[in-house]
Design a protein around this ligand. Sequence first.
Ligand code: PBG
Length: 326
Amino acid sequence: MDPLIARPRRLRRTPAMRELVRETLLHPANFIYPLFILPGNGVRNPVGSMPEVFQLSVDQALQECEELLELGVRSVILFGIPDAKDSVGSGAYASDGIVQQATRAIKQRFPEMLVIADVCLCEYTDHGHCGLLHGQEILNDETVELLVRAAISQADAGADIVAPSDMMDGRIAAIREGLDGAGFQNIPVMSYAVKYASSFYGPFRDAAGSVPTFGDRRTHQMDPANFREALKEVQLDLAEGADIIMVKPAMPCLDVIREVSIITDVPVAAYQVSGEYAMLHASAANGWTNLELTMMESLTAIRRAGASIIITYFAKRAAKQLQANR
Ligand code: PBG
């Protein structure tokens, strides 16, 4: 055999050798764990389509935060399941809204925890849409005004970051201006800049009770067929003042994550969404794949693509595994 043959296998011989040359590492501090908050006390409702995920009352969410901090996961993103919904989603911007209550409680008990507030109306409207309706149409600018109110009331409750997930046009600039005007110049905006109208959000809508009563989200979320349009959304949100850019979903969009990480100089986040989580669990439950392995491989792939921050329902489980591997 030619003595000069390239032998990449030399660097794969032993675990230590492989670790020495490993390019992509996961760290629990880069995970954001989603929490679904509902009113009450001692409530822990399992979400059928999302094993190990629960709708939690505030006291239970605090327990969750304690466990997360012990595991090195320092960030949570909050979604609210309000007692009552209406056509204008007032629970999203009520000063005693469920997310505002949870934020206050978490920040009081665990000031070191980063609390991120998802900004959208869909969990709070009785029609399940992300904005105000005129007939069947989702109004843009009128909705943006309410999103600004929601972001300010969340910052007022102590949220460290606000994360608009609605995909209305112009909302980042409006929210930035609103936050600044209210004295929250130091609260970053993490924009769901590239949010596709994905079929992988199904289980989330069970968890958050936000299935639209008619129609779909395709007039505001992006067509999964489009790549160049994603870059336009990113440019707009950066120009409007976004501090962190998110791509969602994650695994179906690794190409987009890659490109966004190259063309921007801000941190890139990716949301490994409910359907991605459910899919890996379902396959493992059937004995077809190994959950620990597919979990770590999927998270590593998302990070390798260029996302430094990952929102994932696996945050706790993956952090435990990282701890065990040490
Ligand atoms: C909207 C929002 C959604 C998700 C995060 N924020 C749902 C939607 O757009 O319908 C989906 C997250 C997931 O699927 O895990 N507030």
